[in-house]
Unconditional design. Sequence first.
Length: 157
Amino acid sequence: MSTQERGSTGAPVGAAGADVAGGARIPRQLWVEEPAARRRMPDAVRTAAVRAVLATSLTIIQAMIAFLSTVTGSWLAFPMVLSSVASTVVATWAVLDVWVTRQVWNQRNGVVSVPSSTARQMRRERRRAQKAARAADRDGPAGGIRDRLKADGLSRA
């Protein structure tokens, strides 16, 4: 969709670029905020992810330089291959760090979860059983006030 198509809503466009509808000028918005589909990552996880991306990208660059210098027969090939191996270990550690940091954050701060329908039903059944047990305790053999009143022969008045 071109800019002209977006601007043509059927209403005439004023000289200043604002839509004119019934004499009132309505400025067009340049930025429309939409709600995010996913929540933002926690700061600790995000910093670990940035470190992992940087380490991985540097590893890929080193591997490419090592490959090209090996193909050309340069003296730089051997040191670059060694540093690429070391960098691969560091990048793997960084990616694992993201995973561990995420798990630790979830464990410490909790995860928002929706109970499944089976969990909800089990909770309902447990509540009903507890309610029935309380009612049985209340109205049991020792009974409530009514049973004691009947046993003692006292009047209600």
